[in-house]
Design a protein around this ligand. Structure first.
Ligand SMILES: Cc1cc2nc3c(=O)[nH]c(=O)nc-3n(C[C@H](O)[C@H](O)[C@H](O)COP(=O)(O)OP(=O)(O)OC[C@H]3O[C@@H](n4cnc5c(N)ncnc54)[C@H](O)[C@@H]3O)c2cc1C
Length: 551
């Protein structure tokens, strides 16, 4: 059997090496149009910043190492220019010699990745995108000339990583983002934490602004402002690389990726498509989705090799778990966010918490922000987000596992997670999400969100802050009455309405207060995530700092 693979990085090389382990007699040819194979594209931003100093460490394999171990015929600088699906042939150009050839296959695997979206604006040819080793070499060459300033267009994962790395190099860096927030997988109030970190670390952030023109001095924004940038990077997203597939008449899906079945077969039986180029199935509702991430590309590569080799495979679906470092913060998310749920007309149960990374009494504990989204009727977990300096990664990984395993939000309380004071808490932050979900789903407590306060205030409910007098003095939500929790029992007569909204710092004392009030004839609700969530949300911010508010 002859298998041709187009694209020699995440998905393509996973297919090639797995297939060799399963089929020693198969002829496996990989065509890669860049000069490198199996390179660590996820590490490229860190090469810009000098965190990864040796370019060779980004190159995980070479054609000769792959031939030595696996007898895989890897041809770099070879671009496949067309596919003839009827005749099962591909046409390839060797860019080192200019020589072209047409060659046949029994099975073809497409893993050509995605290409950077490049907006059609004046001067865009000055902007550099980051996808390949060649791209990073060009960016580093310009950065080595010590530009005074740089502009990154786009505040997504790659944009914020590059911005951080440019700052590491001492380059004054601006990020221009057309939407009201960085990192689209996060909801607004979580993204504000990231925006704050970026500003504190010296990044100039321009939200709700687009670049309309680029010249040799910098970029002009939609507002008319000019931002200086001797180096301009474009990172506004990627789109599936579907040119070959379209040319071959393969079906393109509703999201613009190559349409595939549950085994990653395209509309032509002996052609598979994987990775960023292919559409995926969303694990939560089976809809078509695009998730340009390395985990799923690698997994699909292996599964396709298994399928080609005739092994039984489980159909794959994705929940899009992702993580990124932005200066001192770790930001991670899995599943669906609130924006998406609301756009679909769903009204999820929302839980914000601010737990410690490990036992508070043990030195070094760091506070994080977690957000959980839950189906109100079934308790199923839709998604989660975390922002903090420590411990976010493992909480989001546990929650991602819970989603895949069908563990409901209240059942998070039952998870027995490793605990000793330096590592966690006897009630781990994940367990605490479960306890809170249990209280809310059982009707023991109701919570309200930071963006609902104005509405309740207009209805005339009494808003009580149950933190201490000194905490209250350091900052409070306008219109709240301070009755510290320990005085609440004896000061109930000061509360003039039956409907009450309670807040504390993070929601925990607020829970105690709502229980007390509800058992004394009041109808109390707890402000989810407390003052801390409110104070880091757009509700508390001057408009020029806040992104667009949630509808
Ligand atoms: C800068 C950067 C940082 C990233 N960071 C992360 C991260 O931290 N975490 C994460 O999960 N994901 C990250 N990603 C995304 C991740 O790298 C991709 O999701 C993953 O590599 C996709 O695998 P793939 O096989 O589909 O495509 P790729 O790995 O992109 O490989 C596609 C290859 O196909 C080649 N090719 C395309 N067309 C042809 C053709 N016609 N002929 C021959 N060869 C062709 C391309 O040159 C390319 O090398 C990052 C991506 C980039 C660019």
């Amino acid at each position: 059997m002859k298998v041709i693979i187009i694209g020699g990085v995440a998905g393509g090389m996973s297919t090639a090496t797995r297939l060799r382990r399963l089929m020693d007699d198969a002829e496996i040819v990989v065509y890669e149009k860049s000069g490198f194979v199996s390179y660590a594209n996820c590490g490229l931003p860190y090469f810009v910043g000098g965190v990864i100093q040796d370019e060779a460490s980004l190159l995980l394999q070479t054609p000769s190492s792959l031939f030595e171990r696996f007898r895989i015929d890897v041809r770099v600088n070879h671009e496949v220019t067309s596919i003839n699906a009827e005749e099962s042939t591909v046409t390839v150009i060797d860019h080192t010699t200019g020589h072209g050839e047409t060659t046949g296959y029994d099975v073809l695997v497409l893993s050509p990745g995605a290409s950077a979206v490049v907006p059609p604006i004046e001067g865009i040819e000055r902007a550099m995108a980051l996808r390949t080793v060649e791209d990073v070499e060009k960016i580093v060459a310009v950065a080595d000339e010590n530009p005074a300033n740089a502009v990154v267009i786009g505040g997504g994962f790659i944009g914020v990583e590059i911005a951080e790395n440019l700052v590491h190099r001492g380059i004054a860096t601006s990020v221009v983002e057309a939407s009201g927030q960085v990192l689209a997988p996060l909801d607004l109030e979580m993204a504000e934490l990231v925006a704050d970190e970026m500003r504190q670390k010296g990044v100039s952030l321009f939200l709700n602004e687009s670049v309309v023109r680029i010249d040799e001095r910098g970029v002009e924004l939609s507002s008319g402002d000019f931002v200086a940038g001797e180096l301009v990077i474009v990172a506004i997203g990627v789109r599936p690389e579907t040119g070959l597939a379209r040319g071959a008449g393969l079906t393109i899906g509703e999201r613009g990726g190559i349409a595939v079945d549950e085994f990653n077969r395209t509309s032509v039986a002996n052609i598979y498509a994987i990775g960023d180029a292919a559409e995926k199935r969303d694990a939560l509702d089976a809809s078509a989705t695009l998730v340009p991430l390395a985990n799923i590309a690698n997994r699909q590569g292996r599964v396709v090799a298994d399928h080609i080799a005739g092994l039984d495979v489980r159909p794959l679906a994705t929940i899009g778990t992702a993580i990124v470092k932005v200066f001192d913060l770790t930001i991670a998310a899995t599943g669906w966010n609130e924006k998406r749920l609301r756009a679909m007309g769903r009204s999820p149960l929302i839980i914000h918490t601010h737990p410690s990374s490990h036992a508070g009494y043990f030195p070094g504990a760091k506070q994080m922000a977690l957000k959980l989204l839950v189906d109100r009727s079934t308790g199923a977990i839709y998604g989660a987000q975390g922002v903090g300096t420590e411990g976010v990664d493992k909480r989001i990984d546990v929650l991602a596992t819970a989603i895949r395993a069908g563990i409901t939000a209240p059942e998070l309380a039952d998870l027995e997670l490793a605990y000793a004071p330096p590592f966690g808490s006897a009630k781990d932050p994940v367990n605490m999400l479960g306890y809170i979900a249990e209280n809310l789903l059982s009707g023991l407590e109701e919570n309200v969100q930071w963006y609902e306060l104005d509405e309740y205030r207009a209805e005339g409910v009494t808003m009580i802050d149950v933190r201490s007098v000194s905490e209250f003095a350091r900052g409070s939500i306008p219109g709240t009455l301070n009755i510290p929790l320990d005085e609440l029992r004896v000061r109930l007569d000061e509360i003039e309405t039956r409907d009450v909204i309670v807040n504390c710092q993070v929601g925990q004392r607020g829970h105690v207060a709502t229980q007390l009030l509800n058992q004394n004839g009041f109808k109390a609700k707890n402000l989810d995530g407390g003052y801390l969530t409110w104070s880091t949300s757009p509700a508390s911010r001057p408009l020029e700092l806040a992104g667009a508010r949630l509808d």
